[in-house]
Ligand binder design. Structure first.
Ligand code: GLY
Length: 340
């Protein structure tokens, strides 16, 4: 009998990995024990089930010899290009003015480099603009018109300001505003972190942000330390959920700080949420979630509610896992922006 690889054995022994789906994708039924959450790099971890094809593109890039930054960029392009995704890229839910404003950031562990853009309209790949800011300017963060002028000057790919489907939904929403006060639309972000075989860490984050947000609103996603943080010596983390509840606490930085103190990435996510909830007047009613990896190939995630799912891809498997939640409130497999 062929020996089962140790990591796969651990997951199977924990009884948490369902039979493979038709696509060969695996879905955990319940949170996997922390002890099983480790693998050999290269390793790519991202938020939500929609991160899985993005992870797979990132891993394929790594295996073809691309750099860690190329891998993050190519992976996040998959989500930014997915016309069915209502929370990342130009298919995202627009702001209150009916325009999609995109936020993104990217970080390189080596050199501790970062680039970010906020409130960018009409460009397909904000992650690539963020990378260009990092690599070609002496700045970290460009926003609004300045970021768009920069993207245009760099010849970045353009797209519609809002998709036809989202425009129709926005028109309905606007009509309803006349009758009722703001229905808040949720949102989900792709935050991706990667550990390469050489031990270097990288990360990226991209979102269209909160649906029907005030024009000019920027969430946590492009803010280094909030939506994403990479410390090449210890680990990396990214966030999804209501940005206002992450950015007031530098959430991703805090996760990495707990990893630096020796916690397993999953415990670091849990501890971050506990600490934020302890300080916040809303307690655990925050709708925030984190994913994290460390230098040893350990990975994990956690959310304020139950059922936040994240995607983990390495040489041996590509899986969607359920993370532990701090409350019973159901997050569901798709988060806020999906039709209910
Ligand atoms: N977490 C994404 C946002 O709040 O915009």
């Amino acid at each position: 009998m062929t020996a089962m690889p140790r990591r796969r054995f651990l997951a199977a022994a924990a009884g948490t990995v369902a039979a493979g789906s038709a696509s060969g994708r695996l879905l955990a039924r319940a949170p996997v024990p922390t002890s099983a959450l480790q693998t050999r790099p290269p390793l790519v971890v991202s938020t939500w089930p929609f991160g899985q094809p993005a992870n797979e593109a990132a891993l394929a890039a790594i295996k073809s010899g691309a750099s860690g930054l190329d891998a993050i960029e190519r992976g996040i392009h998959v989500t930014e290009s997915d016309a069915s995704n209502p929370s990342v890229g130009l298919s995202g839910i627009p702001n209150a003015d009916g325009r999609v404003q995109l936020d993104a950031c990217i970080m390189s562990g080596p050199g501790h480099k970062a680039g970010a853009v906020g409130a960018v309209e009409g460009f397909r790949h904000p992650i690539s603009i963020a990378r260009r800011v990092m690599e070609t300017t002496r700045h970290v963060f460009l926003v609004g018109q300045g970021a768009m002028d920069f993207a245009a000057a760099e010849g970045m790919e353009r797209g519609p300001v809002v998709s036809d489907g989202q425009k129709a939904a926005w028109e309905k929403w606007r009509a309803a505003q006349a009758k009722a006060k703001s229905e808040k639309k949720g949102h989900d972000t792709i935050a991706m972190v990667a550990l390469l075989a050489d031990g270097n860490l990288f990360g990226g984050c991209s979102t269209s942000g909160l649906g029907y947000k005030l024009p000019g609103r920027v969430g946590d996603s492009p803010i280094i330390g909030s939506g994403l943080y990479v410390d090449n010596e210890f680990g990396a983390a990214g966030a999804t959920g209501i940005g206002e509840n992450v950015m007031r606490y530098c959430g991703s930085f805090l996760v990495v700080e707990y990893i630096r103190q020796g916690l397993h990435p999953q415990d670091a996510c849990l501890e971050t949420i506990r600490r934020i909830a302890k300080m916040d007047p809303k307690g655990f009613d925050l709708s925030i979630n984190f994913v994290a990896i460390d230098k040893q190939g350990r990975y994990g995630a956690a959310g304020t509610g139950s059922g936040f799912q994240y995607s983990v891809t390495c040489d041996e498997f590509s899986r969607v896992l359920s993370s532990p939640g701090l409350t019973a409130k159901d997050v569901g497999p798709t988060g806020g922006n999906q039709p209910k």
